[in-house]
Design a protein around this ligand. Structure first.
Ligand code: FAD
Length: 423
């Protein structure tokens, strides 16, 4: 093949990128393309991170002799327009699971067929492609419960990890307006690879420390995994054989699990996954607003919500506590909470966000749908001396030790901090 276009979407990396590697092998010249789609929902945090990822990807492609073409519009239309302009015979793209991504792929398929351009999809968004492991022998089925999925997932033969292409050649004379320059990034593949390498020594303590909220010992790789700056398959390979790897790999499996759930149930964002789930939500707009702003009067909940506002990220244990408080204590619809998270999270991801929200709300894959986290007990267990709360709630910064979790028991209420919402 003389020329191929690689349409980057949520695989913003050169290492272990099957679509890019295949194009580099099959074509003499490769056009790496990203299309900014105004129709794609993303909050400001994620938009900024995306730009950083693209700046880094561009630098990596340049090091290899190519560059990144960046256009704006509908990715299917633009990819085909570029392919025609450069005389490409094929377009490669990573297969993905959300309704938005699948619709994009279908449009691309039609546009390619009209122009007689070959379209090829590649794995890479998950460790194991959704649908590659299925329960029993029945076709069309996906795993509804995590543990059997985890067993089948571990028993799979995973695809080999691909190295980064050494050399890429662009076609000559591409229009200068197709290329953008930006300042240096913190998002992106280079930062992701540095983060992974720096974090690996902590893997051994992961099982014991991942729930310690103040210690902040999880990998913080989620935004990089969301944008595909890191290949989940390669991450699984990098940790393989390290002491303590299994509990961490299990988390990567949760990620694959929710991706195959979304693939099978595209309405995950709006519809209860369990058809029999009872949904009786209260219309509590004031409570929802207090929760969003971190002013519920329950310190561990407020700390989590303020971490989200400050960093565009929240510790997993805090996500569980804040989501459970909203749905099980305030009885507010999980969709409202999920949308707020999705708007602010750097790692905001349809499969992981709404899959987890439904798990917590009891409408999803949890095998104990009536589970309800007691926020005060959770606070004492996972933030035993209160450092996490003091870090994010300045009104409570002077309250010492675990007393910070129950300010209503203090002799004097801390100035500026609200009393708990009435339930
Ligand atoms: P680590 O503990 O280091 O885990 C490594 C990787 O495993 C993560 O980066 C992530 O890709 C994956 N992972 C870990 N826990 C889960 C999980 N429960 N479900 C799926 N994948 C997991 N994660 C997102 O990536 N995007 C979201 O939008 C998102 N929304 C969430 C909403 C709620 C209500 C809850 C309870 C969890 C949500 N999670 C989401 C899952 C989890 O909280 C984050 O993946 C994790 O906190 C990211 O931090 P980390 O990279 O340090 O994780």
């Amino acid at each position: 093949m003389k020329v191929a276009v690689v349409l980057f979407t949520r695989d913003l990396r050169v290492h272990d990128n099957p679509a890019l590697s295949a194009a580099a092998r099959a074509a003499e010249r490769v056009v790496p393309l990203f299309v900014h789609d105004p129709a794609l929902p993303a909050g400001d945090n994620r938009r900024r991170f995306l730009l950083e990822c693209l700046t880094d990807l561009k630098a990596s492609l340049r090091q290899r002799g190519a560059d990144l073409v960046e256009l704006r519009g509908d990715p299917a239309t633009e990819a085909v327009r570029v392919a025609k302009a450069v005389g490409a015979e094929g377009i490669g793209v990573a297969a993905d699971v959300s309704g938005y991504a699948r619709d994009r792929e279908r449009r691309l398929e039609r546009a390619c067929a009209d122009e007689r351009i070959a379209l090829k999809t590649f794995p890479g968004v998950t460790v194991v492609p959704p649908g590659a492991v299925r329960p029993g022998s029945g076709g069309g089925e996906h795993y509804k419960v995590f543990t059997p999925y985890w067993r089948a997932w571990q028993a799979q033969r995973w695809r080999d990890v691909e190295g980064a292409p050494r050399k890429l050649r662009l076609p000559d004379d591409l229009p200068a307006s197709w290329f953008k320059d930006r300042p240096a990034p913190t998002g992106g593949e280079s930062a992701a690879r540095r983060r992974l390498t720096a974090w690996l020594p902590q893997l051994e303590g992961y099982e014991d420390n991942h729930d310690a909220m103040a210690a902040d010992k999880t990998s913080r790789l989620s935004p990089y995994l969301h944008f595909g700056c890191l290949s989940p398959r390669e991450v699984a390979a990098r940790v393989d054989g390290h002491p303590g790897a299994e509990p961490f790999v299990r988390q990567l499996c949760w990620r694959d699990f929710y991706h195959q759930v979304l693939f099978a149930f595209p309405d995950l964002r709006r519809k209860a996954y369990r058809a029999s789930a009872e949904e009786h939500w209260r219309d509590e707009s004031d409570a929802l607003q207090a929760w969003r702003e971190g002013h519920t009067g329950v310190p561990i909940v407020d700390a989590g919500m303020r971490q989200l506002l400050a960093e565009g990220w929240m510790h997993n244990r805090a996500r569980l506590i804040t989501a459970s408080y909203l749905t099980k204590h305030l009885n507010v619809d999980w969709r409202a909470g999920g949308d707020h998270f999705f708007d602010l999270l750097l790692d905001g991801d349809v499969a992981n966000n709404y899959g987890n929200w439904q798990w917590v709300a009891g409408t999803g894959n949890d095998t104990k749908p009536y589970r309800r986290f007691n926020p005060i007990r959770q606070a004492h267990r996972f933030d035993p001396v209160g450092d996490y709360v003091r870090r994010y709630v300045p009104e409570l910064a002077d309250v010492e030790g675990k007393a910070v979790h129950e300010p209503w028991n203090l002799p004097e209420p801390p100035p500026g901090y609200p009393a708990p919402l009435k339930l």
